[in-house]
Design a protein around this ligand. Sequence first.
Ligand SMILES: *Cc1c(COP(=O)(O)O)cnc(C)c1O
Length: 387
Amino acid sequence: MSVKELDQTYLAPAYARQDVVLTHGEGAELFDDQGGRLIDLGSGIAVNALGVGDQAWVQAVCAQAQLLQHASNYYYTQPQARLAKLLCARSGLKRVFFSNSGAEANECAIKTARKYADDRYGEGHHTIITLENSFHGRTLTTLSATGQAAMHRHFAPFTPGFVHVRANDLKAMRDALAQHACCAVMLELVQGEGGVNVLEKAYVRAVAALAAQMDVLLVVDEVQTGVGRTGTFYAYQQYGILPDIVTGAKGLGGGLPIGATLFGEKTAAVLTPGTHGSTFGGNPICCAGALSIVSRVDETLLEGVCQRHDFIVNELQNAKGVTGITGLGLMLGIGTAKPAADVVRQCLQSGLLVLSAKDKVRLLPPLNIPLELLAEGLDILKEVIAQ
Ligand SMILES: *Cc1c(COP(=O)(O)O)cnc(C)c1O
C-alpha cells in the first residue's frame, strides 16, 4: 500500500489532508515523495520557526539525545532550567511551567488562574472571560475556553466557568466582569485560527487596566504569536502591557513538542508540589531544541521579520483578487476574492504551501525565509489568487 492508502486505512479520519506526502526539507523548501519541491509559507502552522533542518537546532537536539533523552520531573536537568531563565529574560515574567502543547500550556494557565482566586478569595471566583472567535485548544477545558460554537458541537457537557464576549467591545468586557465572579481574562492578541484578527491596542490596554483594578488575572495566549512571529518576541510587547500569565508552544521547540506557561509576579508562587505536573513536560531534548531557537530570535532576526512583513504587504496589497490584509509580522491573513480553500489547493498544485484561517489565506512563513524564496512563493500566490 502507498503511504496515502496506509494513512487512509489505519489512521482515524480526523484530518482533511492536502494531497501530498512530505519527506524532507531544507529551510523554507520542502520535498515530496515524487521529488517535487514546495516553497513553505506555513511552517507546519508556525512550528518550524527557523525552517526545516536548521543545522544549529539539529546539532543541539542530537547532542542532547546522546546525553539524556528523558529524566522525569523528579530530578533537575540542565536544558529545562536554562530555557526557563531565557524565557523569563525575554518576557519579563518570573517563572515557567513546561508541558507538551499549546492546549496543555493553556490548561495550566486556567488551573493556575482558578487556584490564584481560590487561594485569595475562596471558592466561587472561577469564571474566565475569553473572546468570541478565539482558539485555545482541543481538550475539553480549552475547548470550553474557545469561543467558537462550531467546535463545541458533539462534545457537551463542557467544563463550566467560561464566558465569551465580542472582541474589541470594551462595554461587553466590562459588563461580563461585573456580572461574574472572575479569576481571569484570556486573550489571543492576534486571533490565529479565528481568521488572523488583530486586537485593537486601546482595547487591550483598557482590558488590562480593568482586570488589574479588579485583581482579575490577564492571561495572554501566545501559542501562535510567540517566539518572534509578530515582530517582537511576544506580541504583548507591542501592546504596552505585562500579562500575569503568558502561554506558548508552536514555534518554541522549532519542531519538537513543548508548551510553556509563564507566570508574572502575582502568579509565580501559585503552583505548589502536587497541584500540577507533566511526565514529558520540560523534556531535555525538546528544551535543548527550544534553547537553540529562542537564543537566535534576537533583535536582528526580529528586524528581518518586520522587513519580510513589509515586503509581503507591498507585494500583495494591490494584487489582483486580494481584498485585504490583516495580521502582524509574519502572521498574515489575506482576504481573497476566491475561496481560501481553493487558493490553498491550487497553490499546492503550483508548488507552494499556504494555510487558511476561516475565510482568509493564512501565511506563517519561517521567520528567516530567504527573500528570494519569499518572492518566488508570492509570485505563485499572486498568480493563483488572480485567476
Ligand atoms: C494552536 C493553538 C493552540 C493549541 O495548541 P496545540 O499545541 O495544538 O494544543 C492554542 N492556542 C492558540 C492561540 C493556538 O494557535
